[in-house]
Design a protein around this ligand. Structure first.
Ligand SMILES: Cc1cc2nc3c(=O)[nH]c(=O)nc-3n(C[C@H](O)[C@H](O)[C@H](O)COP(=O)(O)OP(=O)(O)OC[C@H]3O[C@@H](n4cnc5c(N)ncnc54)[C@H](O)[C@@H]3O)c2cc1C
Ligand code: FES
Length: 277
């Protein structure tokens, strides 16, 4: 993992509390791969403050590696994200990264279905979608959102974008129409939804009656040890603190080192489910 002081190349407000930040990070951006994260220190590098002290994690939403630029999609939620979304062109930020492993589609995949819960889900999967579409795959990205979808122009033109909402069944409600088309699924969502999806596939229930063998990789969007009300994870990203442990079949993995994506069938995220040891 590298550290670099970047320069804000632009800030776009793309939703009510949603911003796209373009960062010139010549040390880090040329290295980033789909699925990876950067950690951003949310205080002025020239006059560092102790609050907020710990860097915040953001998935790489897009990158122009040759230009040394990457973009992050930031939902304004608290002190760190408020500071970051207030940055303007020319401001400086300190970042570390890349963190995590590349997500690469399976060799035989031609149709890739990306399922994104909320804006963090989209942030986790958009770079994968762009790179896969650039590599010739047909890509559909479905977003579930309570407060509107992403402006589709933010995604690469040949990524098909669809949105849904909890009122009409969310991601699970849209699956019967999409699973037969897909060769592979990647889902970024909270553990209860991942657990439901895994149970549907295990029992070969619809929409997996004929599709139980399709590869599904899952990006868990918060950590079970912290719990739903336990606040956001502030990862060290180095594999040292252990805060990002993810329960898998037969042990633990580190989200920042082994993730962010895991085979769905290996995850053991929900404590009262059979198989959670
Ligand atoms: C893997 C990962 C990927 C993410 N990707 C994105 C993304 O692409 N886009 C996006 O918008 N967000 C993303 N997030 C969330 C983001 O990192 C921040 O957590 C979020 O923006 C809220 O941070 P904040 O500083 O605005 O809010 P705050 O409420 O100020 O802080 C967030 C949390 O940090 C904890 N905290 C704050 N200060 C301390 C302290 N001193 N000591 C200990 N804990 C403290 C608290 O639990 C608090 O709930 C991601 C998070 C993770 C873990
Ligand atoms: S975030 Fe510290 S070990 Fe993964």
């Amino acid at each position: 993992m590298l550290a670099g002081t970047g320069v804000v190349a632009g800030t776009e407000q793309v939703g009510d509390q949603l911003y796209l930040l373009h960062l010139d990070l010549p040390e880090i951006a040329p290295l980033v791969q789909p699925g990876q994260l950067v950690l951003v220190r949310c205080s002025d590098p020239d006059y560092p403050a102790f609050d907020p002290f710990l860097p915040r994690a953001f998935f790489v939403f897009a990158a122009d590696r040759s230009a040394g630029r990457l973009s992050v999609l930031v939902e304004r939620r608290g002190r760190g994200s408020a500071w970051l979304t207030g940055r303007r062109e020319g401001d400086r930020v300190l970042a570390h990264g890349p963190v995590g492993r590349r997500i690469t589609p399976e060799r035989l995949t031609r149709h890739l279905l990306l399922l994104a819960d909320g804006f963090t889900g989209v942030a986790a999967l958009s770079f994968l979608g762009s790179e896969a579409a650039r590599g010739g795959l047909a890509v559909t990205l479905l977003q579930n959102s309570v407060n509107g979808g992403l402006p589709p122009h933010l995604l690469q033109a040949d990524v098909e974008y669809r949105s849904t909402s909890p009122e009409v069944g969310g991601l699970l409600g849209a699956l019967p129409a999409l699973v037969p088309w897909a060769d592979e699924l990647v889902i970024a969502a909270a553990p209860p939804l991942l657990d439901t999806l895994a149970a549907l596939r295990r029992s070969r229930a619809a929409p997996f009656t004929l599709s139980a063998g399709k590869p599904i990789r899952a990006v868990p969007l918060f950590q079970p040890r912290l719990g739903a009300g336990g606040g956001d994870l502030l990862p060290c990203g180095t594999g040292m603190c252990g805060a990002c442990e993810v329960r898998v079949q037969g042990g633990w993995r580190l989200f920042c080192h082994d993730g962010p994506a895991f085979p769905l069938e290996e995850l053991r995220l929900v404590e009262d489910e059979p198989g959670y040891e």
